[in-house]
Design a binder for this molecule. Structure first.
Ligand code: ARG
Length: 575
């Protein structure tokens, strides 16, 4: 099968080459969806000047060239030189049957397999995930799933904050409380209370603060008892993260943790290399690098801090070690950092330094997949009544509880109800996040997220569940439906045309690391299906029409379930 947009692009390029010469064979054919036909090409307007001819005349010639192509029903010029193109039904049906027979439904594996590192979620040891972690976690996981489906070699990397100043204080507090009591408190996931107790002592008790500082030095020197208590904190955090990730359907495992401590042994060498390359200077007693192009409000160049004046290393150095490791040791050719917008400048400075150091060369790319804020109704970060960040676990609980109320009257069996509420609540929360352009901020609104109509998780889950129930009533296995698909009515045709865009939607999503493109596509598919299902009886149709409509249902189901699984959205069997 061929993606219609790609097929038309080739036809337009062919017509251009025939009419105006081979040098136009590679021009961008500027194919866009059209309100007047299936697609339009805007290429005539863009080439008119170069050809020295009026755009309408150019458009006429291209349209004539398209006439007679087996894919094209009509090609008509309108306005200043748009070419409106309608595809031939028989051609579309042929492509749809090809897609039905293709186990990947037209999603080609990437021509060039890349080694991609995706840095996402950004968890920290001894801290619970809060509402702000939802987006970098959910969006990152969708990006990873899409890249893997395209055949790329993907390394997940959660840049786990497990090193640095707070650990002196946390370990000292764990010693005071006792190992068993620490374990019991943390295994229950109550990191916030533990952290706050340590912090409070640190701020009010100078002797404790002193002990904490000494403890930090011992920890960083690898002293065994400090290390053992540190391990306890890390292990408890990992147990907590595993449970939360599993519930959210996030594919991160222990092996995907790229903790800050992992890079610790590399930091001195990274600094030495930057010094050798003349990129590091001493400024106010600290070792710094000043990547060009970054200045503060006062116009002065901004530093990345390589070594503090007290000899310690921080976040900046760790990120430099991480990028060097990913490029040089892992051999990655694409790095994607799925991190909040507030770290944009930091990451751009890290990328620039990696370029200057010769680690990030033309063969590789680094991109910040910017994540905007999810806010409460007032446009502020979500806070509890007592002013703390809302815990991610509480947010999930609330989504599931509300989902239970939305679906409550449909199920008598409490176990089934709670299973479906879990899938619907989590699906709604994740989809709500994924359907918004990741760099935009949005207001969390459970009523909207849980709506059964509109661009929501439940609407898409419901569309899939409805198709499953058609096959149940027909006592047919949708996986065994072979068609053929024939396109009779406009609604059938419109659905087929949507379905054929699946491969393009997936590859666009991978190219830009923007899952909302796939989400928007799936919503369009579900909408086209809804119209089809309202206008075209399936089970009561007869003969070839019934066969064809069942095949369209089966293909829609496969595109929806595959697409939703690429976004990490669960699809309940029933709804
Ligand atoms: N743990 C960090 C934080 O809490 C986020 C890590 C983002 N990734 C990175 N490579 N810096 O802010």
């Amino acid at each position: 099968m061929t993606d219609p947009e790609a097929a038309l692009g080739l036809l337009v390029q062919h017509a251009l080459a025939e009419e105006f010469g081979g040098e136009f064979a590679a021009a961008d054919p500027l194919i866009r969806p059209s309100g007047f036909a299936d697609y339009q090409s805007n290429v005539a307007m863009s080439l008119a000047r170069r050809l020295g001819r009026p755009p309408r005349e150019v458009a006429d010639l291209i349209a004539k060239g398209l006439d007679g192509a087996s894919a094209v029903q009509t090609a008509e010029v309108s306005g200043p030189g748009f070419i409106n193109i309608t595809l031939r039904d028989s051609w579309l049906a042929e492509q749809a049957n090809g897609q039905l027979a293709d186990s990947r439904m037209g999603v080609a594996t990437a021509g060039q397999r890349q080694r991609v590192v995706v840095d996402y979620s950004g968890p920290n040891v001894a801290k619970e995930l809060h509402a702000g972690h939802l987006r970098p976690t959910v969006v990152g996981d969708a990006i990873v799933r899409v890249l893997e489906y395209l055949g790329h070699d993907v390394t997940r990397a959660a840049h786990l904050g497990d090193w640095g100043t707070p650990f002196g204080m946390l370990i000292e507090h764990a010693r005071d409380v006792g190992e068993q009591a620490t374990y019991d408190q943390l295994a229950a996931g109550d990191f916030t209370a533990f952290y706050q107790a340590a912090r409070a002592k640190f701020e009010t008790d100078p002797a404790f603060a002193d002990r904490s500082r000494r403890r930090l030095v011992e920890l960083q020197a690898g002293e065994p008892q400090s290390m053992q208590l540190w391990r306890l904190l890390v292990d408890d955090s990992m147990a907590y993260l595993r449970t939360l990730y599993a519930r959210l359907g996030i594919t991160l495992t222990d092996a995907d943790m790229a903790p800050e401590s992992f890079y610790h042994p590399m930091l001195a060498d990274v600094n030495a290399e930057l010094e050798e390359r003349g990129l590091a200077v001493i400024s106010d007693g600290a070792l710094c690098t000043f990547p060009p192009g970054f200045t503060g409000r006062d116009g002065r160049p901004l530093p990345l801090m390589l070594r503090k004046s007290d000899g310690g290393y921080g976040y900046d150095t760790t990120d430099l070690a991480a990028i060097r490791y990913r490029l040089r040791d892992l051999g990655a050719t694409r790095l994607i950092y799925v991190v909040g917008s507030e770290q944009h400048q930091h990451l751009e400075m890290v990328f620039e330094t990696a370029r200057q150091a010769g680690w990030l060369t033309g063969g590789a790319s680094a991109e910040h997949a910017v994540i905007g804020l999810m806010t409460g109704p007032g446009g502020q970060r979500l806070k509890t009544r007592s002013g703390e960040q809302v815990k991610l676990a509480d947010l999930i609980d609330e989504a599931v509880e509300r989902a239970g109320k939305v679906i409550a009257d449909r199920y008598d069996d409490p176990q089934q109800r709670s299973q479906i509420a879990e899938a619907v609540g989590i699906g709604a929360l994740k989809y709500g996040d994924l359907s918004v352009a990741r760099a935009s901020s949005y207001v969390l609104d459970f009523n909207q997220l849980l709506g059964l109509t509109g661009n929501t998780g439940p609407y898409l889950q419901y569309a899939a569940a409805r198709i499953r129930s058609i096959f149940q009533r027909a006592d047919l296995d949708p996986a065994r439906v072979t068609g053929p698909i024939q396109l009779g009515t406009p609604a059938e045709r419109a659905l087929a045309l949507q379905l054929l865009g699946f491969g393009r939607a997936v590859s666009d999503t991978a190219a830009t690391a923007e899952p909302h493109k796939l989400a928007g596509y799936l919503f369009d598919v579900a909408s086209a299906f809804t119209t089809f299902y309202e206008q075209c009886p399936v089970l009561t149709a007869e003969g070839e029409t019934r066969v064809s409509r069942l095949a369209l249902c089966a293909l829609t189901l496969r595109v929806l379930t595959t697409g939703l699984s690429l976004l990490g959205i669960p699809v309940p069997d029933r709804m």
